[in-house]
Write a protein that binds this ligand. Structure first.
Ligand code: NAD
Length: 325
């Protein structure tokens, strides 16, 4: 039986990945420093442990797994990674996790290991024009990520590549661009734009106002979770190592995203743009030329469809928490 370890299984992407792997018939061990917030894990074994600790990594990565998915990271949306207040923690925690895991995967002769890097590794200077950002895989140097989160991801990409080069390990490195969907964090400060917009709209009274950070003209693209996992599956099955973008090319401004959520909700709301010091790059979208060429993959559904599902889920969460008060 195919044996799989999912690190970060108590998180958004990890939780969905465990469900998919179980449907495919794999034996799955999940590990995270916390239980999943929104749905009990369906992993065969779920271990709560801190992966910054070498002894924890040695105990959970204790055999030659067929596949390891390394998704654990100290991360969050703009309100967490761009304020500067969490820099030391997020660099130390995520780098320690990756150092521990790749070394232990090597010692245990793991057959294939997936590492989730991020669009945040791309240089600031190529993302100043909201209408024309450049996030092609080979545009990464000279490096100048916009956050310490991005620098750690770039370091860890190189770490996984070095183990592949020197020890013949099979690694797969993806750069996710804003993945969203149900069962993702939508409040508390670590949420990302689609979840935050859905929450604000779900909580707003008809005729009210929702706040959007910055001037709202900054652009992004967003990938629905099911599409993301389909790309990861293809990537793991193939022989291409990456790094490769996994994202959508359907670029929208944040005000357009907010308006989309408002339209879906059926409410009449207006948008108020509020200045913040940490709004992130001006423009960012996935460049899917490489993934199309290597894996024949591109997202198959429009943004609106994913946002509709996400809005309904966030609305149900908001309604539940209001009725619980
Ligand atoms: P998430 O925060 O929901 O999941 C990450 C998980 O890692 C969390 O459950 C967290 O508890 C766990 N973790 C953190 N520190 C840990 C530790 N010391 N020991 C054990 N577990 C620990 O995030 P996600 O959206 O599911 O992202 C998964 C991966 O994909 C992350 O590596 C993230 O950087 C990367 N990524 C995600 C996106 C996105 O849009 N969701 C974009 C780019 C990259």
């Amino acid at each position: 039986m195919r044996t799989v370890l999912v690190c970060g299984a108590g998180g958004f992407i990890g939780g969905h990945l465990v469900k998919k792997l179980k449907k495919e018939g794999a034996w799955v061990r999940g590990v995270d420093c916390k239980e999943h917030e929104f749905a009990p894990s369906v992993a065969d074994e779920f271990i709560v442990g801190d992966l910054t600790k070498q002894e924890v990594v040695a105990s959970v990565l204790d055999r030659p797994f067929d596949e390891v998915y390394q998704l654990a990271a100290d991360m969050g949306g703009a309100g967490y990674i761009f304020t500067g207040e969490n820099d030391a923690n997020l660099m130390f925690n995520s780098a320690s996790i990756n150092l521990n895991i790749i070394q232990q995967a090597y010692l245990q002769k793991v057959k294939k290991i997936f590492y989730s890097s991020s669009a945040c590794i791309y240089p600031l200077y190529n993302q100043k024009d909201p209408g024309n950002p450049n996030c092609a895989e080979d545009s990464v140097y000279p490096a100048n990520p916009d956050s310490e989160y991005g620098w750690e991801k770039l370091f860890s990409e190189r770490l996984y590549q070095a183990f592949a080069r020197n020890h013949g390990m099979q690694v797969r490195i993806s750069r996710f661009h804003n993945v969203f969907g149900p069962e993702g964090t939508f409040s508390g400060g670590r949420e990302k734009a689609p979840a935050a917009m859905c929450r604000k709209v779900a909580e707003a009274e008809d005729g009210g106002v929702i706040e959007v950070w910055g001037d709202g003209k900054q652009t992004r693209s967003f990938l629905y979770i099911d599409e993301c996992l389909e790309a990861v599956e293809r990537f793991m099955k193939g022989s291409f190592e990456g790094p490769v973008n996994i994202g959508s090319e359907e670029m929208v401004s944040l005000n357009e995203l907010a308006q989309l959520v408002i339209d879906i909700s059926g409410k009449k709301l207006s948008i108020k743009n509020i200045p913040v010091s940490y709004e992130g790059v001006r423009g960012r979208t996935s460049d899917n030329r490489l993934i199309k060429e290597k894996l024949g993959w591109a997202p198959s559904r429009p943004l609106r469809e994913g946002i509709e599902k996400n809005y309904q889920w966030v609305l149900s969460q908001v309604t539940q928490s209001v009725s619980a008060i």
